[in-house]
Write a protein that binds this ligand. Structure first.
Ligand code: KG4
Ligand code: ZN
Length: 336
């Protein structure tokens, strides 16, 4: 089966084709709108919608062309149904359904966070259910007891900012621009991660929840102490902030592994592309088998949607309702 995947939940237009017989992504295209939103310091939903509308069809054409297949040979279309921005989701969903209708093929709506999780299964070696999952993205920070395909119990989540959101906000405070995560990672390499002892929020609590807004505020007050800040001082703040996030993720994940008695850990989402965080988790959890997607498959992409869709497409009838879900808890999947 050949599945065309379409990702438009936020500010990346991602398209890919997954071939189940070859168990591989045969072609993929990604267009990032980040530079456009950078002018405004964050994602502007209306701009995002317009840009998806402009770029999606040409990217689909290119992806199909590069796969060597014709559009008629595609067996089904997967699109991100949520969570995400309403306008961008509608564009992905309506495009997917229009193509599906014209080809007489099925389409299926995919949960964006499940796709971040499942893309790990395409790797060799691959994790096997049940496993613990840590999803760290711009909108989420979740610890999940992943029992089987489609069956996920959320055992910890953020009470305020998501991890990527904290990176983006701290980058704004440090005037590094958008998107903040990669900029902080680069600057932090020049800094001393022990220069400032920022809080490791909620790590003295016995539950598995997170909170990053206090950490962001601590960075803000530190930054405000300087009348004029040097690049080295900024780098020290960036490195110390990144270390505080990494330690917090490590401590909570370690507690979750003990609580669930699971020995495999699957990580996903944009922040999982951060090498410092990856290393701290690997060195801090030596007894655990840890799985990360390749760096370029951590942030939003079409490959994860095509792949996740391949698990569900066969069960789905053609359905023309625009069933997007901008808010969609992972614990409420209903693919039956
Ligand atoms: O998964 P993703 O592409 O989109 C969402 O589903 O939200 O994640 C985007 C988030 C942004 O907040 C971005 O700043 C963060 O992931 N991010 C990073 C890095 N690359 C992206 N955070 C820290 N370090 C990075 N290298
Ligand atoms: Zn994402």
């Amino acid at each position: 089966m050949k599945v065309l995947g379409i990702e438009t939940s936020c500010d990346e237009t991602g398209v890919a084709i997954f071939d189940t017989d070859k168990n591989t992504i045969v072609s993929e295209q990604l267009y990032s709108q980040a530079a456009k939103h950078a002018l405004y310091g964050g994602v502007v939903p209306e701009l995002a919608s317009r840009d998806h509308l402009k770029k999606l069809i040409p990217l689909i054409e290119l992806t199909v062309q590069e796969s060597g297949y014709t559009l008629n040979e595609i067996d089904g279309i997967a699109y991100t149904a949520g969570p995400g921005l309403r306008g961008p989701l509608l564009i992905g969903a309506s495009t997917a359904k229009a193509i599906a209708l014209s080809l007489g093929k099925p389409s299926v709506g995919v949960h964006h966070m499940e796709a971040h999780l499942l893309i790990n299964l395409l790797e060799d070696p691959a994790p096997s259910f049940p496993f613990l999952t840590l999803l760290i993205s711009g909108g989420h920070c979740l610890l999940i007891n992943s029992q089987s395909l489609g069956s996920y119990q959320i055992i910890g989540q953020t009470l305020d900012d998501a991890v990527g959101e904290a990176f983006d906000k701290v980058a704004k405070i440090l005037e590094l621009g958008y998107p903040g995560g990669p900029k902080i990672e680069v600057l932090a390499k020049e800094g001393d991660s022990s220069a400032f002892n920022f809080p490791r929020p909620m790590t003295n609590k016995s539950n598995l929840d997170f909170s990053f807004s206090g950490l962001k505020t601590a960075v803000y007050y530190e930054y405000k102490k300087y009348k004029k800040i040097s690049n080295n001082q900024k780098a020290d703040i960036a490195a110390s902030f990144q270390a505080a996030v990494a330690d917090t993720l490590l401590l909570k994940t370690r507690s979750a592994l003990i609580e669930t008695d699971l020995n495999e850990l699957v990580i996903g989402g944009g922040v999982a592309s951060n090498k410092f965080i990856r290393e701290r988790l690997v060195t801090g959890l030596k007894e655990t088998k840890i799985f990360f997607p390749p760096i370029e498959r951590c942030t939003d992409n079409g490959a994860m949607i095509a792949y996740a869709g391949s698990f569900y497409l066969k069960e789905t009838e053609q359905n023309m309702s625009l069933d997007i879900k901008p808010r969609w808890p992972l614990s409420e999947l209903n693919h039956g």
